[in-house]
Design a protein. Structure first.
Ligand code: TRP
Length: 336
């Protein structure tokens, strides 16, 4: 049987927060310890062009995300860890895939449709107003990321599932026309990867501005935790853990016995202030060792840069010969 190849892309638009940690980074690093499978993790920096973000933010975010994965102990000897823009073969493949991508398929992409809908709703005469080709072709670039390394499994959130299915469609169309060149990927939707709630009780997300940065300094971490929304129940009144952001987050960081104990304390009417203090201690305890390393890496971006470049060298050992094969298949060949 063929070895499974897992591939995860991380867009470089933001500071890693505890929701990213619990939902993607921690399970990703855990999974990479399985030496029976291959793992690719990369910073999808070219994807950020779709929205014309601030260049300094993109670069800062790239550093922070890379430093976070490294500080938390990703084994880069086994796992491939690189930056998309260091692998020019991915962009070449993107154009090649454009040749087998139906325009109609892109018309059906949720993210593109959502942008069109926003224009229509706001009464714009041009339904495509402000929509770049990079946004429209986003799924093709993502397909190139996936197909370049013969990924079989792509762990993603529900919102990215359609993109992985599109990559599969595109690969199938290519194989049908040019022969069996691509491996067909499939999305893996994490059932047990927790989705954390943020300060205001909605899903923790940078677009809601309700996040807790993973490596916030102790003082700031405590301050943010004190801001988490609770209800107005008084100390001594029993509280419901199933409807508590504090409890959800606690559970994601604590040992099972600790969580069981907190459940009892909820029933006994723990004060919200006290629960916040316990939550702070619990998160701080699990993040503290990596925080020191993260701070060191942020102060020495050249170390992170070198690690990424080393990852790109390894990844290109696969990408370069494979792209040569793909080019031969489509008729872009040496003439003699
Ligand atoms: N689009 C993904 C996201 O927003 C990031 C991504 C880019 C990706 N390329 C990928 C994810 C390839 C998986 C595979 O989360």
């Amino acid at each position: 049987m063929r070895q499974d190849v897992y591939l995860t892309g991380i867009t470089t638009t933001g500071t890693p927060h505890i929701g990213n940690y619990v939902g993607a980074i921690r399970p990703g690093i855990e999974a990479s310890k399985d030496l029976e499978t291959r793992h690719f993790y990369f910073l999808a920096d070219y994807h950020s062009l779709a929205k014309n973000e601030d260049p300094d933010k993109i670069s800062r975010s790239t550093l922070e995300i890379a430093a976070a994965w490294l500080a938390l102990g990703l084994d880069t000897e086994h796992a491939f860890f690189y930056r998309q823009s260091d692998i020019p073969e991915i962009l070449e493949l993107t154009w090649i895939l454009h040749g087998v991508t139906a325009k109609g398929l892109m018309n059906r992409a949720h993210s593109y449709k959502a942008s069109v809908q926003t224009n229509v709703d706001s009464g714009n005469r041009d339904a495509d107003k402000g929509i770049t080709m990079a946004l429209y072709s986003y799924p093709v670039l993502m397909a190139a990321d996936i197909l370049m390394f013969k990924s079989t499994k792509v762990p993603v959130g529900q919102d990215q599932k359609q993109h992985v299915e599109m990559a599969r469609d595109i690969a199938q169309r290519f194989n049908h026309h040019y022969g069996e060149v691509f491996v067909l990927p499939e999305a893996v939707i994490g059932e047990n990867t927790a989705v954390l709630k943020g300060l205001d009780g909605r899903k923790m997300s940078k677009s809601y501005g309700n996040t807790i940065p993973l490596f916030a300094e102790e003082k700031r971490l405590r301050k943010l935790i004190m801001k988490i929304k609770t209800n107005s129940l008084e100390p001594g009144e029993p509280k419901d853990p199933s409807d508590s952001t504090l409890f959800d987050i606690y559970q994601a960081f604590a040992e099972p016995e600790e969580t069981a104990e907190i459940k009892r304390q909820y029933a006994a009417g723990i004060a919200w202030g006290e629960m916040k203090q316990l939550l702070f201690e619990c998160i701080n305890r699990s993040i503290k060792p990596a925080r020191a390393e993260y701070t060191r890496l942020i102060a020495h971006p050249e170390i992170v840069e070198a690690r990424l470049l080393a990852g790109a060298v390894r990844a290109r050992e696969i990408a370069v010969p494979y792209l040569a094969e793909i080019r031969r298949a489509i008729g872009i060949r040496k003439l003699g």
